[in-house]
Design a protein around this ligand. Structure first.
Ligand code: MG
Ligand code: ZN
Length: 216
């Protein structure tokens, strides 16, 4: 019985995600669902992406958190439209919450929508929001064994950002092992090695993202 209930939830979510995609497409908005564990640097990557691309494209942001609007306030300082979703305890975003956020954004004035999901490597992978691309941020201090522990998440994404590479000299993390493990799980994934502190790798990531938007 429990399985049936879960199927119903996911089925309803899929329908709402399809509606969101239609709304995004009709407004020519390219949406990216950014997922990661807490502290991997989602908001830092969002900020760096804004700074790298805001002269080329009009950007909007949706911040998903269990509570608070700290991240939305940080992003708003960049002078772009931002909406905060508080899930009130839920550990992932669902399509109905995204629909609500989309209704509160000036979609006609946005080309690229960055959606920062709730920090969690498990269920965000199961809920489509209507996004065009899924991106995972992993970070060096989390260790190189995460792909073994969360295979669905690593399998489901189009791009993987390995953040905090400036910490590699101080942390036990084998980039080659990590990369090979990820590619075994997901042969199509694009991998970017990035540091939001030094700015290394940000241009390569931003270039890929811009190309994905144009290619659509
Ligand atoms: Mg954040
Ligand atoms: Zn969840």
């Amino acid at each position: 019985m429990k399985i049936k209930v879960l199927k119903d939830i996911l089925g309803a979510n899929e329908q709402l995600a399809a509606n969101n995609r239609e709304l995004l497409d009709s407004n020519k908005v390219f949406a990216v669902n950014i997922m990661a564990s807490p502290g991997a640097g989602k908001t830092s990557v969002v900020l760096q992406t804004i700074r790298a691309l805001k002269d080329k494209v009009r950007i909007g942001v949706i911040e998903g958190d269990i509570a608070s609007s700290i991240d939305a306030e940080t992003v708003a300082k960049e002078g772009i439209p931002v909406v905060q979703i508080n899930t009130g305890g839920e550990c992932h975003l669902e399509a109905n919450q995204l629909e609500n956020a989309l209704n509160n954004l000036p979609l006609a004035d946005i080309d690229l929508l960055l959606i920062e999901n709730v920090g969690n490597l498990v269920c965000p992978a199961e809920f489509n929001l209507g996004e065009h691309r899924k991106v995972l941020i992993a970070s060096v201090p989390e260790g190189d064994d995460k792909p073994f522990k969360y295979p669905l998440m690593f399998n489901t994404v189009d791009a993987l950002i390995l953040n905090k590479i400036d910490l590699l000299p101080y942390v036990k993390f084998n980039v080659n092992t990590f990369t090979k493990t990820v590619q075994n799980i997901n042969s199509k994934v694009e991998i970017f090695k990035v540091s939001c502190t030094t700015g290394e790798g940000i241009q390569a990531w931003a270039k890929w993202l811009n190309a994905q938007m144009k290619q659509r």
